[in-house]
Structures are given as C-alpha cells and as structure tokens.
Design a protein. Sequence first.
Length: 174
Amino acid sequence: MATSETADRTQRRGGSSAKVLLALLVLIAAAVALAWAGASPLRGEVTENGVRVRTVKEGAGPFVQPMDGVLIDYEGRLADGTVFDSSAGRGPTPMIPAQVIPGFAEALGKMQKGGEYRIHIPSKLAYGSTPPQGAPIPPNADLDFDVKVVQLVPNAGLMGGSQGAEGAAPPQQP
C-alpha cells in the first residue's frame, strides 16, 4: 500500500508542476506582448510603402494634406549619421507636400502643426539611383529626418497656382 500512496503523491506533484510551468509560460507570453505594445510608439508607424513615422511630440489640428503649405524645421541624415541638409540657421522652410520626394510627402501626411517627428524614407521613395546633382546623397540611399511642423496653411498650394507633383520641377529639398 505504501508504494501506491507514494505513486499517487508523485503523480499529483507532477500535475501541479505542469500547471505551474504552464501558468509561468502564460505570464511570460503576456509580459512579452505588453512590452511589444508599450514599445510601439518608439518604433513608429510604418506605411504600406515602407515610410516609418515616429511621433516624438504630438501635434494638434488637421493632418497635413498634399496641397497644404507647411513651414518646417528639419534635419536630414544618411544612414551613417551624416547630415546632408538642415533648416538650422535658415529658419523654418516652406514647402508643399505635393512638390517634394514621395516618401517625404507621405510622411508629412501623418503630421500635424506643432508636432515633432522622426521619419525614415527608403531609397525608392527618396531619390533612388539618381540623387540631385552635386548633393551629398549617394545613389540608393535611405534618408532619415527629424521634422517639426511650425505652421500649416490649408490649401496654400492652390493659392500660388501650384500644379502639384506632376507639373512641378524636380524637388531640390526633401
């Protein structure tokens, strides 16, 4: 009889150990999922085309539209950290999203006045294999920007007779 009682206790302990292990695995999975969700703002939103926009500081009001005018402070960098362009020392730069490189226009559409953003633009939505002549941007370079939207003027591109991206000269700024 003693052997039978010992076997029963061993089975019960084994069953309890399995339950504890299962509960521990569930807790670990929940912690990983919570950490992933909590880190989402640090990763930013990635658009269908691969442009990553991370909000550093929330803006307010409407999101920038293709024909809006915006004044932005920005710094553009290559993957190695080399700054290739900046509004520093010049003051905010005016632009119309419909007249800039596709990736920058797409990122601007995720921005609001007063907001600060970090964006990553894949080469295919930047300058691809043909960067502007004389620019420090090599062919097929991904671009990173820090952007602050200082002002937004709805439909400013229509007021100046802008033709949009199709009728505009090749963009020389982001």
